[in-house]
Design a protein around this ligand. Sequence first.
Ligand SMILES: Cc1cc2nc3c(=O)[nH]c(=O)nc-3n(C[C@H](O)[C@H](O)[C@H](O)COP(=O)(O)OP(=O)(O)OC[C@H]3O[C@@H](n4cnc5c(N)ncnc54)[C@H](O)[C@@H]3O)c2cc1C
Length: 482
Amino acid sequence: MTRSGKEYLESLRDGRVIWLDGERVGDITTHPAFRNSVRSISELYDLARERPELTADLAGTQIHKAHQIPRTKEELKAKGRAFKIWSEATFGFFGRSPDYMASAIAGFATVPDVFRREFDGSRNIVEHWRRMATNDLYQAHTLVNPQIDRTKPPSELEEDDLCLRVVQERADGIVVRGAKMIGTAAAFADEMLVGVTQRMAPSEADYAVSFSVPVATPGIQFVSRTSYEGRATSIFDYPLSSRFDENDALVTFDNVFVPWERVFTYRDPLACHEQFWQTPAFVSFVHHGAIRLWTKLEFLAGIAILIARANNTYDLPPVKMQIGKLMAWVNTAKAVAVAIEEGAEPVPGADAVAPNREMSCAQLAIGPDLYPKVLAEIKLLAGGGLIQLPASFRDFRNPEVARLLGKYVRSPGHDAESRTKLLKLAWDALGSEFAGRHDQYERFYHGSPHVYLPTLVREGDPETYAALARRCLDGYSLEDPI
Ligand SMILES: Cc1cc2nc3c(=O)[nH]c(=O)nc-3n(C[C@H](O)[C@H](O)[C@H](O)COP(=O)(O)OP(=O)(O)OC[C@H]3O[C@@H](n4cnc5c(N)ncnc54)[C@H](O)[C@@H]3O)c2cc1C
């Protein structure tokens, strides 16, 4: 059986080191900056026990479908349906819910040969996948070196351990020191995959390592960004910030010991890169991301429809055009998610299928492009009502303010409370600090445009397009009559 929400919450009380606002956080299950969000995750675990579509059998053990290695297109689509159910439970706002990385680890384990090099991590990755799947563990990841000076390789920065690197090799494992960004949900997870996706020169071998360790491993510290949950005045005022704040943190490693059996690639820049691209790991990330984005855009379009109805503008032709545009964007996101599954590709050398590569690459470009457009369109549709809102739920408790709100804040079918409730939800999705973080997340969570856009050329078929244009050019010349 997969684990319960209660078991998940209990596992978080393990002494992990999280800093927030200059203070060490004790128990995140009770701390006001984290408790609602971890409870939302615990509800996902409970949901997995209630909905059979979310689980699969692995040699007699019930596992979450995200851990499954899909053998057929139907299994891949069933995995997609599981992603959809969990993403709907959080309205698409948990980018790094436990199923995100579970799917990528299954991707690694699909082609263990990629890890069989001078250092042989092939057994380690398969055992890691089995352990994560059968214990239903939550894996976070942190793969990017800190943004100190992007023109220099890690070894040329002013100190040689600003980016995480191997500082000692022992008979039983390695010792690492340095930092990584950004650990989303790492403070809420069981384990953290540490690696690097950027291409590095052989001279950077000390920085080219990937491994997984429990987040409470001695020497690991998280420096959390502002907690939107902690700043929320109430669920009524900030219904998303207060419950779905998945946290982001700088992750630092101070002489952290990693046993050999937890190392997947070692001092091998090429292997670090290939583990994502020569296995279905990266496209598995993208499959999850595509389905979650589709859900999130459905939710945002729903907000737009409710606002237009509340403002009584829904039937005005220009507003119908806006709603139509938003629905087309939802369907664009859905189309990419469907194409990723329908184009499932066999994995060479494995009894498995993977999400379609070319369509996954399209998702990398479409997501960051669509999301800000959707936000901007809904803001245009909503007008000043998003801003002209009472400061907090407390205004409704003061009879004089409640009287003023009751008289002047309303619209057909909406009294002051229901209109305020809707527009506060909309502001939390579109304009709050939480919303700003999501705008940035959707643009960057799969990397920077200068990195992912060229990938479309590499994984696509530019020659076919060039040939079509060439055929047109070759069909006429200077000598042709008008
Ligand atoms: C909210 C959020 C959550 C995230 N969560 C995670 C996570 O859980 N795990 C994880 O591993 N990562 C995570 N990331 C990190 C993410 O992977 C990185 O932000 C992303 O890879 C981009 O790298 P960067 O931020 O260092 O930007 P940079 O690579 O520094 O790029 C920023 C900008 O600088 C310019 N630029 C930089 N270098 C070049 C160049 N060589 N050529 C041209 N232009 C350049 C471009 O304009 C680029 O858009 C998250 C990011 C965000 C925003």
